[in-house]
Design a binder for this molecule. Structure first.
Ligand code: MYR
Length: 131
């Protein structure tokens, strides 16, 4: 289960990913240490997520397979959806400003929550530990 509170422990290639997203160096430096915490509550195909970081706190509600809008911490607006494939959550989101696609996955690996990101050929990962 994805349920619980997850705190970011480490990043892999996240700076390069954010650079590809067009985020400037000052924001990237801050975002690398954003202390991101996500609390996930899943019931059936409905998810409630509480996101908190040095940038903001935010509540997100979505249903698997149903499109929703979301703004990234830098204000970039996207629209897309999450789907479950076996034990893997797969997200596909389209930027509203340039129509380019960001894909992301969430998986449980050895008791950690691993979120992967891809944008325009650049992959990154953030690994979260359960609190
Ligand atoms: C959620 O499930 O937490 C809400 C929906 C997430 C949408 C896509 C997340 C991508 C975040 C990328 C951060 C990039 C900073 C440039």
């Amino acid at each position: 289960t994805f349920n619980g509170t997850w705190k970011v422990d480490r990043n892999d290639n996240y700076d390069k990913f954010m650079e590809q997203m067009g985020i400037n160096i000052m924001k990237r430096k801050l975002a690398e240490h954003d202390n991101l915490k996500v609390t996930i509550e899943q019931s059936g195909d409905k998810f409630h997520i509480k996101e908190s970081s040095t940038f903001r706190t935010k509540d997100i509600d979505f249903t698997l397979g149903v499109q929703f809008d979301y703004s990234l911490a830098d204000g970039t607006e996207v629209s897309g959806m999450w789907e479950l494939e076996g034990d893997l959550l797969k997200g596909k989101f389209t930027r509203k400003d340039n129509s380019k696609v960001l894909t992301t996955t969430r998986a449980l690996v050895g008791g950690e929550l691993v979120q992967s990101y891809n944008y325009e050929g650049v992959d990154a990962k953030r690994v979260f530990k359960k609190q």
